[in-house]
Design a protein around this ligand. Sequence first.
Ligand code: ZN
Length: 474
Amino acid sequence: MRRLCPCLMLMCLVLSATAGRAEEPFESGVGVVDITPVSGYRMSGYFSERLNTGTIDPLLAKAVVMRQGDTQAALVFCDISAVSLDVSQRAREQAQQVTGIPSEHIAIAATHSHTGPLYFGALRQHFHDRLMAEKGLDPHEVTDYPTELVGRLVRALMIAQQNLQSVTLRAGYAHEDRLSFNRRFHMKTGPVRFNPGHLNPNIVRAAGPIDPEVGLITFTSESGANPQAAIVAFALHLDTLGGSLYSADYPRYVEEVLRESYGDEFVSLFVAGTCGDINHVDVTKPHPEGRRKTHEIGTMLGQTVSDELPKLDSVTKPALAVEQVIVEVDLQQYTDAEIEQAHANMARVDDSGLAFLERVKAYKIMALQLRGGDTIGLEVQAFRLSDDVAIVTLPGEVFVDLGLAIKQASPFETTIVIELTNDAPGYIPTRKAFAEGSYETVNSRVAPGSGELMVEQAIRLLNELAMQGDKDGE
Ligand SMILES: [Zn+2]
């Protein structure tokens, strides 16, 4: 165990660092499994109880397993709002047993679709307890979805491993700056506000940037001319649809566009970049022009990706390796009086008579109570695919500045940063945003500075992987 700083926030474990040898072939395989819950399940995304009434398109878990020599690594991307720590731990442990992939080499990420199930956390607990108290049963949870999900994630990983074959990699970025907007604004009157509304005359300017880079990695079998799968990473909140029907949101249209070029078997592995403060609302235009539809967003992004894929650089010397660290950070602290108030306000979490941020604060404090403890371990993983290509995974809804800081400092030419991986401890704002306030900071559980500590560790892991790569290459 290495201490990083004298304060309570410290790093604990570096669990693994193994590397595939550059001369070994690089293999990958993809597995896709349906993770749509039964109809009628609770849906996530907002602060009221919302029951599912059907399905537009199935929710999927898409796994990619990579192997080079003795090194194996895997990523799973799920069409749900978040992956709970319980589900990711169980799935990673079970997957390790059946596939031999070390659990610390497995990342399970959510795309953050707001049209998926609400299956864990303080909000689910509240709605479930309320029904149990009223009726003695909860008809919206007739199945144990978390356990079903674990089984399906493991299956996706097993299928992906069975599909392993030698591949060539290509990687790089497309550029897309028409679809995403920083949703926090400096206002003429008062502090920073999130989602201030279309054409609000008090808006001065956005309080943060966007990330217009679309991170891309393609996997092409050695016998094939076209890729069979591609990681597509974009920092834009998946909340473009709403309603009570299950859907993967705009990424399904990205896949549709790419299948026009690469066939129906092609798998688009959509990844949520760091988009805690990014959405699709253009406040400089009136409603509804200022809100592109799901189909339009996905199709435009798909076209941008499709145009770029043939131009991507080939990865000449793949060198698979994974490093992982758990950054132990402080959780926010509340007084007994505040906790008592939160209990009372939680009963009104879906009551618009109570101010929105009061409801958010009650939910956040209840989420902290549910988790318990004074600190939380934030897991950071770094996957090296080659001397030029790396992937970083982070838990929580991470502010874009934090992802940009990792990408800017990364020694890898292409660095993809994925949020909402393995755990969902709410928003991870920057120190600057904590000072500015507004919704995301009220709905955050970690202490200010936690995000910057994750960034520091992510950059350290990337540098270590780059240095190991140099040594391997000597
Ligand atoms: Zn969201």
